[in-house]
Design a protein around this ligand. Structure first.
Ligand SMILES: *Cc1c(COP(=O)(O)O)cnc(C)c1O
Length: 833
């Protein structure tokens, strides 16, 4: 049995040439019943929700399948230029609702299920989130794919099919517990395994360079341990346009030969161990966000993705264009999502030099014309570096190539700045030190024709700071592409109430032309429209309150302001500043300062990296503060606090529609862009935020009057840091002093003495890089302005409408159009009719 073996003769007819499937409720019902009974083999005695869900997926998948094939054929026939999105992470969430929406069959599926006594929302709950990412970076990749399909751009996503995705978080005694996320346990009906496109990936061994008869240097990579990469394809439907693009995820297995030697020697267990070793590579997603841990297995994952994907693209090229690679760079472009796939630069060189026997200059030109790099962070600790000895042992041939790239690059720097040894040391791809390191970001910049940041401020800070030397050398490479989110999932699907109201007002089609939301602005002055807008918000708050009730056991009254901060727990995101404000509100209630009070429900959620001590302690603080406040009868409904466990995509789909106030309070200059901020804005939440990341552009769009701004600017942060005096700030602020005293007195940890000392220590340290206390006063005042505005329903609802109305710029359709116009330069390919 070999799924890769081609059938010898051609079948007499095109086996895929089938009549189109009907989308009317009757056809859907017929297929649904056939899948449930004849395919899944279920009957009236085992009506579990899961198989009903699966029968529905199969019904829809059939309809995607014909569009998918037509899209592949259309790309093939047009011989179009293509882009490949290279990412170690895709935070896809659930696919069912998105497929129904994008296929344009919401009404038909609803009607079909209704006739069967079923409900789409209930079946959709059966699907496990595909949590193959940590947070913003992985979710961005998922939104990009949705927009590329919607714009009919020939873009294929490459990633890893982790057997275990982002861990499941639960809270025990206020602390985070991590459990494995076995998301494939019940199978994944969306994926199509394609062993016929498997690729071999090599590790270890040694490199041998020889001079050939014609005088060329020829390298061979010998004695390697090989792993097989097997692709699993997921359909990515465009919004009502017939296009279905592909996300190709690689899974590692042992090669057939790998275990044969052992097996013949009679060591059956060892031969199976080899299989386990190979499969380890794609076993688990590293749960680090914005920091890398330098583990060998992680480098293996990165190389595995790079090598399998590049070989796949080259194999496709040779299959359709032949062995001549002269026009390869005209037809292909690779977008590197952060430095995680940066090894692509060296791997493409290796494939071109060693496997396709091109000369260095020709190979380098192809590489530099096909690679483009997106940076996602300004935190220096998140810039990946790999120890040279690890590289040497795991990827010896790749290290040789990196040395050669570096030598030629440094020669170029020397020609430009003769004698500037300090600059050479700074810019070298190899960082000197007791253990020399490979700087992956520099490899990516040197090997790419485009380097972009993800919001205007971030891109500016990259060229002025982190990558300044490279900007001086190659200013033309640097550009900005402000992030977005897909309005299909993050408005049309997750907020049906608002979608109905918007469609009634603007007509159909706006989810693919989000700038049209502007036309809502005049309606902000219409009292009847405001009343209906508010009604929808209240219904969404009800759904969110039910989630909080079931997950946290806390009751959120619907008349209160829902104040929400959900995102990864990180010191730079400053959940601590939020907690300080909550403690301040509690203190005001306790001292009786409650005239003109705005009742508030504060919801905080997010995962902490398992090895990040401070982040985990922050979760504990939030939980303890919530416990004290919620159980104090003097507080009552004036203030509620909850920590929502296991924040993920499907939770955000309930959270952002039900939020009044969106917390985007990072230290200015630290959040590259943020995308949570955009989801909230689209759903009519108002932002309280710093001048950081895309907050700046959000405020520009919606106007200062509809945004609660506070805090130091990025420049002021840099300045303050040099003479930061937290005790001086505490001394000058009575409210802050009382908050700090409550923490010091152990008010929130009466039975757990000292557990919050590390937090107090960090808050009061002149070395605190996040300057939490510096923004406290300004934050409290912005919160007061928000509370006052919320008390006037008309004022608030007007601002809410305007936030949605001016969120059009933050559709990833706009982002992808910019990537395409300035980096990829692809032509859209319409789907076959
Ligand atoms: C949007 C999203 C993020 C990113 O949120 P930020 O506030 O931009 O950090 C992270 N996780 C999930 C599940 C998301 O949906």
């Amino acid at each position: 049995m070999d799924a890769r073996r081609l059938y010898k003769s051609t079948p007499a007819t095109d086996l895929t040439d089938l009549p189109p499937l009907g989308n009317d409720p009757e056809s859907l019902i017929k297929d649904f019943r056939r899948f449930y009974s004849h395919h899944l083999g279920r009957d009236k005695n085992c009506r579990t929700a899961h198989y009903l869900y699966e029968a529905l997926v199969l019904t829809l998948r059939e309809r995607l399948m014909e569009r998918w094939k037509n899209t592949r054929y259309a790309y093939q026939d047009s011989r179009c230029r293509r882009a490949y999105y290279m990412s170690l992470e895709y935070l896809m969430g659930r696919s069912l609702g998105n497929a129904v929406l994008n296929l344009g069959v919401v009404g038909e599926v609803g009607e079909a299920l209704h006739q069967l006594g079923l409900e789409l929302e209930e079946l959709a709950e059966e699907e496990a989130d595909a949590g193959l990412g940590n947070g913003g970076l992985g979710r961005l990749a998922a939104c990009f794919l949705d927009s590329c399909a919607t714009l009919q751009l020939p873009v294929l996503g490459y990633g890893i099919r982790y057997r275990y995705g982002m861990f499941r978080q639960s809270i025990r005694n206020g602390e985070q517990l991590e459990e494995p996320d076995h998301w494939l346990r019940d199978g994944n009906p969306w994926e199509i395994e394609r062993p016929e496109f498997s690729q071999r990936v090599r590790f270890g061994g040694r490199s041998e360079v020889k001079r050939t008869a014609d005088g060329r240097l020829s390298a061979r990579w010998l004695d390697t341990q090989d792993v097989l990469a097997v692709p699993y394809d997921l359909p990515i439907p465009g919004y009502r346009n017939g296009t279905v693009n592909t996300l190709r995820l690689w899974s590692a297995t042992a090669t057939d030969e790998f275990d044969l030697g052992e097996f013949n020697a009679g060591s059956y267990p060892e031969s199976v161990a080899a299989k386990n070793d190979a499969e380890k590579i794609t076993m688990v997603l590293y749960p680090n966000d914005a920091s890398e841990s330098g583990k060998e297995l992680r480098l293996r994952q990165q190389y595995f993705l790079a090598s399998a994907s590049l070989q796949d693209v080259l194999a496709q090229w040779i299959g359709t264009e032949g062995i001549d690679l002269a026009s390869f760079a005209d037809k292909n472009v690779f977008q590197l999502n952060d430095t995680h796939p940066a090894i692509c630069v060296a791997e493409l060189m290796r494939l071109l030099l060693d496997d396709h026997v091109l000369g260095w200059d020709e190979a380098w030109e192809i590489t530099c014309r096909t690679m483009a790099y997106t940076n996602h962070t300004l935190l220096p600790e998140a810039l990946e570096k790999w120890p040279v000895p690890l590289f040497e042992q795991l990827l010896p041939r790749l290290l040789e190539i990196i040395y050669e790239i570096n030598a030629r690059f440094l020669a170029e720097v020397s020609r430009r700045w003769p004698g500037d040894h300090e600059r050479l040391r700074r810019m070298s791809i190899i960082e000197e030190g007791p253990v020399p390191m490979v700087r992956m970001a520099y490899l990516a910049i040197v090997g790419s024709f485009s380097v972009n940041g993800v919001a205007a401020l971030h891109s500016k800070l990259l060229s002025e700071g982190l990558f300044r030397d490279f900007f001086e050398l190659w200013p033309h490479k640097f550009n900005n592409k402000t992030n977005g989110v897909t309005p299909r999932r993050w408005l049309a699907w997750c907020n049906p109430g608002l979608t109905e109201l918007i469609t009634e007002t603007l007509g159909e089609g706006w989810p693919a032309h989000l700038e049209r939301l502007r036309e809502l602005a005049p309606h902000a002055d219409d009292g009847d429209f405001r009343r209906r807008w508010h009604q929808v918000k209240q219904q969404n708050k009800q759904r969110l309150a039910e989630l909080v009730r079931s997950q946290c056991g806390v009751d959120f009254p619907l008349s209160a302001m829902f104040d929400v901060q959900v995102k990864r727990i990180h010191e730079y995101k400053r959940q601590l500043l939020n907690v300080l404000h909550v403690i301040h509100l509690y203190d005001r209630i306790k001292r009786g300062e409650t005239t003109d009070w705005t009742p508030r429900c504060v919801l905080i959620g997010g995962k902490a990296a398992p090895g990040y001590f401070m982040a985990k302690r922050i979760i504990k603080l939030i939980s303890n503060v919530a416990q004290v406040i919620n159980s104090d009868p003097a507080v009552g409904d004036l203030l509620k606090v909850a920590f929502l466990p296991n924040y993920r995509v499907s939770a955000m789909e309930l959270i952002c529609p039900g939020t009044d106030l969106s917390e985007q309070i990072s230290t200015a200059g630290k959040e590259a862009s943020g995308t949570g901020n955009m989801k909230f804005m689209m759903n009519g939440a108002l932002t309280i935020g710093t001048l950081d990341g895309a907050n700046i552009e959000i405020r520009e769009e919606v106007g200062d009057a509809n945004f609660f701004l506070f805090g130091l600017t990025a420049e002021e942060v840099a300045e303050q840091r040099r003479h930061y005096d937290p005790w001086g700030i505490i001394g000058a602020d009575r409210d802050l002093r009382r908050v700090v005293q409550l923490l010091q007195s152990g008010h929130f940890n009466q039975c757990e003495p000292g557990i919050f000392d590390p937090i107090l220590h960090s808050l009061t340290s002149p070395q605190d890089p996040w300057l939490v206390l510096a923004d406290f006063r300004s934050y409290v005042e912005a919160q007061r302005r928000a509370a006052t505005a919320f008390r006037d329903r008309d004022v608030w609802t007007r601002m809410s409408i305007l936030n949605t109305a001016f969120s059009g710029r933050f559709s990833t359709d706009r982002t992808m159009e910019e990537y395409n116009a300035q980096i990829w330069k692809l032509n859209p390919v319409p789907a076959a009719p």
